[in-house]
Design a protein around this ligand. Structure first.
Ligand code: 6PG
Length: 245
């Protein structure tokens, strides 16, 4: 175990399968322990293959799972940029899950009001104070979910969900905040590609820089962190064996 969690390095073409194994295992454990499981899905492009693998698994009790989102772009669910839209196409449309257990962030609604609404949604969905499993990606600038370096939302401590506006193409984003991500029972980072190699090394093996590297703040605060990374993303790690699946 590295100080920042368990790191599994795999070939790119089996990364999604390895991640699906972890998700299925952790979901089964949560359901066996508490009767249900809450999973906060990540956005971006990397998890699409994972969601497709999950849609084919026969060992996941979707009827006992509540889906949340770690963050969302403030766009309609039909927009190509929508994190919910991607998960719906890759996973939700292919599994039997009660619609009432799919708790999407309503990207089409006014961001500040939606952040307040979603804060209540998350608190009622998790019931006992912690999300069971949070899936996260890693941006080349060290962001995760929609917690970006140096942004006030990244430092939010007094709420579980925050809305933030960015002057560039990011526009408005809604994100779970660091405290609720850190409080989750299991965090699963999925990272692929050579362009993530330096930031992954900085997050996992570099000096403490939580404001500059929001992902590092989550990693160093959470109790159980799993990294599923491909060999290209792991290429600058020095403390992690690169043996993988
Ligand atoms: C988003 C994600 C974001 C993502 C990283 C990595 O809404 O974009 O929540 O945090 O996980 O930017 O994205 P890729 O998987 O596309 O590299």
């Amino acid at each position: 175990m590295t100080p920042s969690g368990q790191v599994i390095v795999t070939d790119a073409d089996v990364l999604a399968d390895a991640a699906a194994d972890v998700v299925a295992r952790e979901a089964a454990l949560a359901i066996a322990t508490r009767g249900w499981c809450t999973i906060a899905l990540s956005g971006g492009s990397t998890p699409r293959a994972l969601y497709q693998r999950l849609s084919h698994r026969r060992d996941i009790e979707w009827s006992r799972i509540h889906l949340l989102w770690g963050d969302e772009r403030c766009v309609p669910p039909t927009d190509p940029a929508s994190n919910y839209g991607m998960a719906r196409q890759a996973l939700i449309d292919h599994i039997k899950m009660p619609a009432a257990q799919v708790h999407r962030i309503r990207g089409e609604d006014p961001p500040q009001a939606e952040a307040e609404r979603y804060d209540s949604v998350v608190r009622s969905a998790v019931r006992d104070g912690a999300i069971d499993m949070v899936l996260l990606g890693l941006g080349t600038d060290g962001h995760t979910a929609s917690l970006f370096p140096g942004d006030a939302a990244t430092r939010a401590e007094d709420r579980w969900v925050v809305a933030a506006e960015f002057a560039d193409a990011r526009g408005w984003r809604i994100s779970l905040t660091a405290p609720v991500l850190i409080a989750s029972r299991t965090v699963l980072f999925l990272v692929a590609g050579a362009d993530k190699a330096q930031v992954l090394a900085d997050v996992l093996e570099g000096p403490d820089a939580p404001d500059a590297l929001p992902a590092q703040r989550i990693v160093r605060g959470a109790v159980d962190v799993h990294w599923l990374v491909d060999r290209e993303a792991a290429s600058r790690l020095t403390q992690v064996p690169t043996a993988g699946r």
